[in-house]
Design a protein around this ligand. Structure first.
Ligand SMILES: NC(=O)c1ccc[n+]([C@@H]2O[C@H](COP(=O)([O-])OP(=O)(O)OC[C@H]3O[C@@H](n4cnc5c(N)ncnc54)[C@H](O)[C@@H]3O)[C@@H](O)[C@H]2O)c1
Ligand SMILES: [Zn+2]
Length: 504
């Protein structure tokens, strides 16, 4: 891969920009440019000396000039200095000619890496600088977490990202999420690349199958289609059992691959079938709703409902691949789009403030939007695959939201309930002094802008009662995911009833 847009790698000092950049350049057979090294050559001095003799302002001017030069070239892998892309116009400048990638590392990791090489001019006061630069780094479209990873692993992740993949590490290995327009047209290549046996059973529903299943099957040498009834009401053991029957009739064996083609309902249910049929067969998730793309198809939670409650039966079943084809969203009803956006905003609020930026919601940016929203889910499930800790943050707004669904007997769609729920969680965060009024206002206006509701008339006592039966409230003690800052959530337990009623 030579020519093409530059790959610009940035991040805080110690994040590994130079080492990783060099590895990426070698893998892609591209020319590597380390901006700090170029500047050192031009001055004939090491960076600390440039800072000492000429001052930071001069250094920044030269850096800006170099950025301008490099932006007129293409096909480079560029490692920037840690401060280079902090000014917005510098990000714009380099972003126009290249793909910006930010390497992140937590403070402990930076501290360990810096102690090895501490001749950097700004290293002495790095902790304050780290905080100061976070919001600028957060605005870079592609983020890669490097803590605990080798430079080689990070370089591989970048190369994967360039061809539209996000790799997910799981306790048993890992899988790739492919995100692009038209990815399903390549289904045969994916099946072959995964080394799967030819027989594929596409499980879909009566709405989605007529739209996409035939075309998909026609691209595979041996495929069958099973279409079940559409709706949460059919996400149950009866439907699962009917799928088992059809699979047996179709001669499915342990080498068969199940391809789940549909929204979250279908993906959860078909995933459960794949987890249990003959003690488990291979699974490909092909999500077709925005919600399923950014949330349910990633992370391995599969299951069905019982009459007593939602998702009471299930398993962890990691897919072999997730194929996110943005093309299928063209047929998605607007309500489903808005509901999916509620989860996208949730991901933005807990980890990626950029997702709240309406610029990123434009159709032209769809692949990027999905990539970033999915990345949040990936980071959370990699850290907490079995939902013992941080995965709880994905429940932001859901305690309020599930209760709305229950009280209104599911007449309010999940995404709308979540939007209202997140607004309530934000208000509670504000009342607890965790966030300021400005952030609360931002949360509310973001949902309004999407066309999602931000409040509902419900009897507070009934709403509270529905929340207090939440399976996550241990021993009657309230438990909420609240906001601590834009991009940061926290779990708060034991809030008194009056405080909760106050926001209802
Ligand atoms: N496993 C997890 O981690 C997880 C996470 C979040 C939600 N979920 C589950 O996801 C489910 C909700 O998923 P959902 O919001 O995708 O709902 P859904 O699957 O019911 O899909 C919504 C509607 O859109 C239709 N549809 C799907 N794709 C379409 C397309 N491309 N064009 C036209 N119509 C299309 C569906 O047939 C359905 O009628 C719930 O059951 C929830 O429990 C699971
Ligand atoms: Zn949800």
């Amino acid at each position: 891969m030579s020519g093409g847009e530059n790959i610009v790698i940035t991040g805080f000092m110690g994040a590994g920009k130079s080492t990783v950049g060099e590895l990426v350049a070698a893998k892609l057979e591209r020319q590597f440019v380390d901006m700090d090294l170029v500047i050192e050559e031009r001055f004939g001095l090491p960076i600390p000396e440039i800072f000492k003799r000429h001052g930071e302002a001069i250094f920044r001017t030269v850096e800006r000039g170099l950025a301008q030069e490099l932006s007129t070239q293409s096909g480079l892998v560029i490692a920037t200095g840690g401060g280079a892309l902090v000014p917005e116009d510098m990000r714009d400048l380099m972003g126009r000619a290249g793909k910006l990638i930010c390497l992140n590392a937590d403070k402990a990791e930076i501290s360990a890496r810096l102690s090895e090489t501490d001749n950097r001019p700004l290293a002495a006061n790095w902790q304050a600088l780290y905080e100061q630069r976070q919001s600028a780094y957060a605005r870079i479209p592609n983020q890669i977490e490097t803590s605990g990873k080798t430079a080689e692993a990070v370089a591989c992740e970048i190369v994967a990202m360039l061809d539209g993949r996000i790799h997910v590490r799981t306790p048993a290995g890992g899988y790739d999420i492919w995100i692009n327009q038209g990815i399903l047209c390549d289904i045969n290549r994916h099946i072959n690349a995964l080394g799967l046996d030819g027989h594929v059973i596409i499980v879909s529903n009566e709405t989605v199958a007529p739209l996409y299943a035939e075309a998909l099957a026609s691209r595979l040498p041996r495929a069958d289609i099973i279409a079940v009834r559409d709706g949460e009401a059919y996400k149950n053991l009866e439907t699962v059992s009917s799928i088992y029957d059809e699979m047996l009739a179709l001669g499915a064996d342990r080498n068969t691959t199940l391809l789940a083609l549909g929204g979250g309902v279908l993906g959860d249910m078909a995933g459960f079938v794949a987890a249990t049929y003959m003690r488990g067969i291979r699974l490909i998730q092909a999500p077709t709703t925005l919600l399923a793309m950014v949330d349910s198809s990633v992370g391995g939670k599969v299951g069905v409902d019982l009459p007593q409650g939602k998702n009471l039966i299930g398993a962890f079943k990691q897919p072999d691949a997730v194929l996110v084809d943005t093309g299928v969203l063209e047929s998605l009803p607007p309500l489903q789009w808005r509901c999916g956006m509620a989860e996208v905003i949730k991901h933005g609020l807990i980890a990626r403030p950029r997702l709240l930026d309406p610029e990123n919601w434009e159709k032209a940016n769809l692949v990027n939007l999905l990539r970033q929203a999915i990345q949040v889910k990936v980071e959370v499930v990699e850290e907490d695959p079995y939902e013992h800790g941080i995965r709880a943050h994905l429940n932001l707004g859901h305690t309020f939201g599930h209760a709305i669904e229950k009280v209104t007997q599911y007449s309010v769609p999940h995404g709308e309930a979540v939007a209202i729920g997140i607004c309530k969680a934000a208000r509670l965060s504000r009342n607890c002094g965790l966030i300021d009024a400005q952030l609360l206002e931002k949360v509310i206006s973001t949902f309004e802008r999407i066309g999602l509701p931000v409040d509902i008339e419900l009897e507070p006592e009934a709403w509270y009662a529905a929340m207090s039966t939440d399976k996550k409230w241990g021993a009657g003690k309230s438990r909420f995911v609240l906001l601590k800052a834009l991009g940061e959530a926290t779990v708060v337990e034991g809030l008194p009833k009056e405080e909760i009623l106050a926001v209802l």
